[in-house]
Design a protein around this ligand. Structure first.
Ligand SMILES: NC(=O)c1ccc[n+]([C@@H]2O[C@H](COP(=O)([O-])OP(=O)(O)OC[C@H]3O[C@@H](n4cnc5c(N)ncnc54)[C@H](O)[C@@H]3O)[C@@H](O)[C@H]2O)c1
Length: 373
C-alpha cells in the first residue's frame, strides 16, 4: 500500500475530528493508501506541538504557505476558520495537492467560484466536508427515496439547532464576525442543512429567509472588559420551494435552549415519510402508506446491519456508531476517490451551489423578498 502524505491546517475542534478520521481509516476500512500524518499547522506552537504529539503528526509548522510549498505533501486538509478556506485551498490546488476542505465552503460565491476553478484546472480531488451525508442512516434515506419508497416528495422540514450562544459570557469569536464566518447560523449550520436538502430532495427554485438578532454585543475575545458588535444573525429561518415542486422550511439557530446539536430532517412524500435526528443518528424513522391500515405507524430502523453502507466496517448489529465515524467515512472515501480518479461528493461544485443558496438567503433576509434561481 502506498503512503499518502497529509498536512492539516488547524488543530482545534476539526483538527481533532479530522486527525481521528484519517487515523482510523486503515483500522476499519481498506483504503487504497496509508495516510501519513505528516504536518500539522497552526499558530500557537505550544498547543500545536501537544496536538501533534497526541495525534501522531510527525512535524509542526506555523505558516500554511510553507506547508503548501512542500513537494512531499499530497493532501491539504483545511480545518481552519471559514475566512481561511479559499486562499489555502486555491494555493494547494495550484500546487497539485488534493483538497479536503471544511464547511461552510467559504464566505462568498465569488470565493467559491475561484476555489472550484483552481481545483478543476489542477485536476485534483476536491471535497467539502458536509460529513452528515456519510451517516449510514442518511445513505439509507437516499436509497429509499431513489427507490420511490416515499413517492413524490412534497415537504422537506430541516432544522439545525444549537444552544451555545445562550451563554451571555460567550465572547465575540470568529463565528460571530461577518468577515471571518460569512454569516451566522445560516452559514455554519444552514450549509449542512442545505447540503442534505440538495442530496435528498434536489435544487431550490426559490426561497425567502427571515433573520433575527437577539444579542447584539458580546465581550471581546482579546479584552473581556470591552464589548464589540455581533455582526451576524442569531437565528435564520428559511422557506422555499424545490425545482421538483416540494416545499421546504429550514431553521437554524444557536439559541435553541436545550438543543445541543440537533440536526434533523423530516421528508413527507405521497407514499410515505422519513425522519432523522443527528442526536440519534443510528436510527431512521419510516412511515409507509403501504402498511396494513391497522398496523400503520413510524417504524424505527436501526441502521447498523451489515447491509447498510459503512456499517459493515464497524461493529456487530446494534453496536452503534457516532459523530466521529462520519469523518472516518469521509477520509476513506476521499482516498478511494484519489485512487479511482472519480471525485467525491459533495465537491467544490456542490460547495458553490450551497454558497449560492446561502447568499440568496442573506439577500432575502435584507430585502424581505423571495429570490428565484
Ligand atoms: N463538519 C463539522 O461537523 C464541523 C464542526 C465544527 C466546525 N466545522 C468547520 O471547521 C472549520 C474550523 O472550525 P473549528 O471549530 O475547528 O475552529 P476552531 O476555532 O476550533 O479552530 C480553528 C483552528 O485554526 C487555527 N488558525 C486560525 N487562524 C490561523 C492561521 N492564520 N494560520 C494557521 N492556523 C490558524 C487555529 O489556531 C485553530 O487551530 C470551520 O470552517 C467550521 O465551520 C465543521
Amino acid at each position: 500500500m502506498n503512503d499518502l502524505h497529509i498536512a492539516i491546517l488547524g488543530h482545534r475542534f476539526m483538527g481533532r475530528a479530522h486527525s481521528n478520521g484519517w487515523s482510523q481509516t486503515t483500522r476499519f476500512f481498506d483504503p487504497p493508501y496509508r495516510p501519513v500524518l505528516q504536518v500539522a499547522c497552526g499558530r500557537d506552537t505550544k498547543d500545536l506541538q501537544k496536538f501533534a504529539d497526541r495525534w501522531g503528526w510527525a512535524e509542526i509548522e506555523t505558516d500554511w504557505h510553507r506547508v503548501i510549498e512542500r513537494d512531499d505533501i499530497d493532501v491539504i486538509d483545511v480545518s481552519l476558520p471559514t475566512h481561511l478556506h479559499a486562499e489555502p485551498s486555491i494555493a494547494a490546488a495550484k500546487a497539485g495537492k488534493h483538497v479536503f476542505c471544511e464547511k461552510p465552503f467559504c464566505r462568498t460565491a465569488d470565493e467559491a467560484k475561484a476555489m472550484l476553478a483552481a481545483a478543476e484546472k489542477a485536476g485534483v480531488v476536491h471535497y467539502v466536508n458536509h460529513n452528515y451525508r456519510r451517516c449510514p442512516a442518511v445513505h439509507l434515506a437516499k436509497k429509499m427515496i431513489d427507490n420511490g419508497e416515499i413517492g413524490e416528495i412534497r415537504h422537506w422540514r430541516g432544522a439545525y439547532q444549537q444552544s451555545w450562544l445562550n451563554n451571555p459570557d460567550h465572547p465575540l469569536d470568529w463565528k460571530l464576525k461577518k468577515a471571518t464566518a460569512g454569516a451566522g447560523p445560516l452559514w455554519d449550520l444552514g450549509s449542512h442543512a442545505i447540503d442534505l436538502a440538495h442530496f435528498l430532495v434536489g435544487d431550490f427554485a426559490k426561497l425567502i429567509c427571515h433573520g433575527k438578532q437577539f444579542v447584539s454585543e458580546r465581550k471581546m475575545v482579546e479584552e473581556l472588559s470591552q464589548t464589540g458588535e455581533v455582526e451576524v444573525e442569531c437565528a435564520a429561518n428559511l422557506m422555499g420551494e424545490f425545482k421538483n415542486g416540494a416545499v421546504a422550511t429550514i431553521e437554524t439557530t444557536r439559541y435553541a435552549t436545550g438543543r445541543r446539536n440537533r440536526h434533523t430532517f423530516e421528508i413527507y412524500g405521497t407514499k410515505g415519510a422519513i425522519t432523522w435526528d443527528m442526536e440519534e443518528m443510528n436510527r431512521l424513522k419510516f412511515f409507509s402508506e403501504g402498511d396494513p391500515e391497522d398496523k400503520r405507524g413510524f417504524r424505527d430502523i436501526m441502521v447498523n446491519e451489515p447491509s447498510h453502507d459503512y456499517a459493515n466496517a464497524w461493529w456487530p448489529p446494534g453496536h452503534i456508531i457516532g459523530y466521529e465515524h462520519t469523518f472516518v467515512h469521509a477520509a476513506a472515501d476521499f482516498m478511494q476517490a484519489i485512487k479511482d480518479g472519480t471525485g467525491i461528493k459533495p465537491d467544490f461544485n456542490d460547495g458553490l451551489k450551497i454558497i449560492t443558496v446561502l447568499e440568496a438567503a442573506l439577500r432575502s433576509m435584507e430585502t424581505g423578498e423571495y429570490v428565484e434561481f
